[in-house]
Write a protein that binds this ligand. Sequence first.
Ligand code: NAD
Length: 250
Amino acid sequence: MNPFDLSGQVALVTGTSGGLGQGMAIGLAEAGADVVLVSYSKPAATASAIEALGRKAYVIEADLSREDELSAVFEQALAFQGRIDILVNNAGIIRRTPAADHAVQDWHDVIGLNLNTVFFLSQLAGRHMIERGSGKIINIASMLSYQGGINVPGYTASKHGVAGLTKALANEWAGKGIQINGIAPGYMETDNTTQIRADENRYRDITARIPAGRWGTPEDLKGPVVFLASAASDYLNGHVLNVDGGWMAR
Ligand code: NAD
């Protein structure tokens, strides 16, 4: 028996057109899962990579910041195979401007997608999983679930919220057979960090502070997400796993 095997399971991953969501969706498929890809823009490359593995990829194009549409999105996802075993709340945005100049709309956009949507989708999945007596929810947190960051007050508030929500839901649902955990990626090479990687000094300083000596990639999240999605983590609840090349240990 392979405790990491996800054969026969259906995962729903949000934000899968590129970046970490793409890496995790492919990782789950490599472990045997079929995957519902929910994305703002068409996740064509992700879907074909999953299909090349012999797994099913179902695509839903949706703007997940539209709270009034989340219920319909979840119902559509459920209809493909009648079950969602794994939910990965990955879709997220960042707006970088100093706190004193931070626009009201930026604050609301970031909190809306990064925190409100994570709660409402977890609630929809949680109701379904409670009925079935099993399920895995994995929330993508951040180093800014612990630290303050610079020029990203809304993002930091949202990611602290994600870490807190992970624990709150775990307390309520661990006894119902559902494991809710988080992954806190360190500094990863994706669109989310284009702006800071373009700042040569900042890029050099950050790289020098990472014990592993390099930034992470979407592939670095494959193992952790499969672990948290599989029976291998059945007694893990409310934990946020740092996947950061040692950043938080420094
Ligand atoms: P990314 O910008 O490459 O990916 C974000 C994904 O979210 C994209 O697929 C995008 O289409 C999707 N998305 C954005 N707005 C959406 C909306 N309204 N509706 C539906 N989908 C939407 O960035 P990423 O680095 O891959 O980010 C993924 C997650 O990882 C985010 O939650 C981010 O906060 C988190 N994270 C990233 C890093 C990093 O260093 N890159 C570090 C810590 C945490």
